[in-house]
Design a protein around this ligand. Structure first.
Ligand code: PMP
Length: 367
């Protein structure tokens, strides 16, 4: 395309695409082909050969020339059994839990309606709200990243949100909000509360047993953090009347035949995923202790498969992030200017060798 044509395209884009979308930056996806990847809460352990064989056999047996079936009955049965979804709860599957976040907002929010969540939290709550012309209200956590219940209740009274998102445990801070605080939000919320349990496999406690009986809440889960981030599968559980409405927005065939086949094969070996999650969780305290022993480093309590650490010594978070990057160790920084996260890095749990390499590198960098 020559320069004149490119300029013409740019003019057409500017005249056609929504100004608020043009002003956004796309969601940043970290990528690394080599080195140590501790930036995206992935499970560092691959699947054992026996499970990979089962997946390969399932994929071979799956016809790709037909659309997925209208219902996923076998997968529903498997998901219910594997993750303790109550019989009376309805289930909705998504292409990752990201898709389900988007569908909930589409189902509930007319333009200008409010989506509310504590901040900092998962950025897609905010982005997805904007994509769908909803207004996002973030309620700051306390300075040490606790749940500010009085501020949440006041914001709910003021803004009457259609949807409240509570990530439990929270990303990127790692804390699990107390059940009584969530209970108080449920009692105050005029609309729907989404309890996002993406990191539940690394925490104590779950709201899933109550998914069918909560009148104004649904429970969201993903397979991404326990070993299947590449597959894109999440699920939403709740009272059938809620799920039936949200299901109307679901693109047909959003869960493809390979995802369904692989999920069925993997869930027959769910004990492997559980064992890996247990191993990761068991390594969390040691890594937290080693990080906290470094000069100028504060580590926040985590119930998830990552730790948030603040680097307030001679080198700030961005400098430490860069120094780790040159050593091919990827962690997550927050360059977006969110004041609460200044100098914070989010470090996903990895293997014991990866933790040892990280701590050695940080000792060197901070020396
Ligand atoms: N919820 C929370 C709280 C998350 O942190 C994430 C991933 N960063 C997601 C949902 C989305 O996960 P996925 O789309 O991979 O299921």
């Amino acid at each position: 395309m020559d320069a004149a044509a490119a300029a013409s395209v740019a003019r057409r884009v500017a005249a056609t695409v929504r100004p608020d979308i043009r002003a956004l930056s796309a969601y940043a996806v970290g990528h690394a082909d080599d080195g140590i990847k501790l930036d995206a809460m992935e499970n560092p352990y691959g699947l054992p050969d026996q499970v990979r064989e089962a997946i390969a056999a399932a994929a071979r047996a799956t016809p790709l020339n037909r659309y997925p079936a209208a219902r996923h009955d076998a997968l529903e049965t498997a998901v219910r059994a594997a993750f303790g979804v109550p019989d009376a709860a309805a289930l909705l599957f998504g292409n990752g839990s990201d898709e389900l976040i988007s569908l909930v907002i589409q189902a509930c929010c007319a333009p200008g309606d409010v989506v509310l969540s504590p901040v900092p939290s998962f950025v897609m709550f905010d982005l997805s709200a904007r994509f769908h012309h909803a207004r996002f209200i973030g309620v700051p956590l306390t300075p040490d990243f606790g749940f500010d219940l009085p501020a949440m209740l006041a914001a709910i009274r003021t803004h009457r949100p259609k949807v409240v998102f509570l990530a439990v445990p929270n990303n990127p801070t790692g804390g699990r909000w107390p059940d009584e605080a969530i209970e108080a939000v449920l009692a105050a919320a005029p609309g729907l509360v989404v309890i996002d349990e993406a990191y539940q496999p690394f925490a104590d406690g779950t709201w899933m047993p109550r998914a069918a009986t909560l009148e104004n809440a649904v429970v969201l889960r993903t397979l991404s953090k326990i070993g299947l981030a590449g597959l894109r599968f999440g699920y939403l559980a709740g009272a059938p009347a809620w799920i039936a409405e949200i299901d109307k927005l679901r693109p047909p065939y959003n869960v493809d035949v390979l995802t369904e086949a692989v999920m069925l094969a993997v869930l027959r070996h769910k004990d492997v995923l559980d064992e890996q999650a247990r191993r990761l969780r068991a390594s969390r305290d040691d890594l937290a202790r080693d990080l906290a022993a470094l000069p100028g480093v504060t580590v926040y309590p985590s119930s998830a498969n990552f730790l948030l650490a603040r680097f307030s010594g001679k080198m700030g978070g961005n400098a430490v992030h860069q120094a780790l990057k040159t050593r091919k160790i990827r962690v997550r920084n927050f360059p977006g200017g969110e004041a609460a996260l200044a100098d914070c890095l989010r470090i996903s749990l990895g293997t014991p060798d990866e933790h040892a390499a990280l701590i050695a590198a940080l000792r060197d960098i901070l020396a």
